[in-house]
Design a protein around this ligand. Structure first.
Ligand SMILES: O=C(O)c1ccccc1N[C@@H]1O[C@H](COP(=O)(O)O)[C@@H](O)[C@H]1O
Length: 211
């Protein structure tokens, strides 16, 4: 298996972005969702985006935004990828896919094996599926893990990644059980909600890449 890609999500300060980039993250995530402790305004998102070298891709995370705010957010932040983390339908993503050149990712809250087959509806609309735990207090970023064994023998028809409750202590096991080609973490890399810990970011990336 090739080296898994790593995304550090919810970077909401220059320190967090710099720590993720310096530690070698493949992707950093900016959350534009007001109820989240990791929320960045579009102005903050654009400023943080400007710190990121082209070797690291920027993912803008949105939740159930209407078309106009989606376009405004993408214009302001200029991400490489837009991650949709709400109830966005395959039809809506498919329309967007025809209008923009960005990669589009869709996060899916996994409750059962049926959820996995249901993601096939996003073929042609999403460039990657991100499997997360089912929503909790927030639609994501709750530090909850899904049942990894559901993914063990699943035949993926779309590029995919694993999120939900990942941290430096469990990511190696999560990759071993699921074979995830990409891992994504947010709250497990924090010292307090919304405060990234550079040491945990480094440890996560090292553990994901086999120490
Ligand atoms: O991080 C948030 O606050 C957030 C808010 C709304 C939707 C998604 C959010 N985060 C994403 O959820 C997954 C899992 O996060 P965690 O590692 O369990 O904390 C990840 O993609 C986060 O970026």
């Amino acid at each position: 298996m090739s080296r898994p890609l790593v995304k550090v999500c919810g970077c909401n300060s220059a320190e967090a972005v710099d720590a993720a980039v310096d530690a070698g993250a493949d992707y950093i995530g900016l959350v534009h969702y007001a109820p989240s402790p990791r929320h960045v305004t579009l102005e903050q998102g654009a400023a943080l985006r400007a710190r990121v070298p082209s070797t690291t891709k920027v993912v803008l995370l949105l939740v159930n935004e209407q078309p106009l705010p989606t376009a405004q957010a993408v214009d302001a932040v200029r991400p490489d990828i837009v991650q949709f983390h709400g109830g966005e339908t395959p039809e809506w993503l498919g329309l967007l896919k025809r209008a923009v050149s960005h990669e589009l990712w869709k996060a899916i809250g996994v409750r059962s094996a049926a959820t996995l087959t249901d993601t096939l509806r996003y073929r042609g609309a999403a460039d990657r599926i991100l499997y997360d735990a089912a929503p909790g207090v927030l639609p994501g970023g709750n530090g909850l893990a899904l049942d990894w064994s559901l993914l063990t023998n699943f035949r993926h028809e779309l590029p995919w990644g694993l999120a939900g409750g990942l941290n430096p202590d469990n990511v190696a096991e999560a990759i071993r059980v699921t074979g995830a080609p990409l891992v994504d973490a947010s709250s497990g890399l924090e010292s307090a909600p919304g405060v990234k810990d550079p040491g945990r970011i480094r440890a996560f990336i090292e553990a994901a890449r086999g120490g």
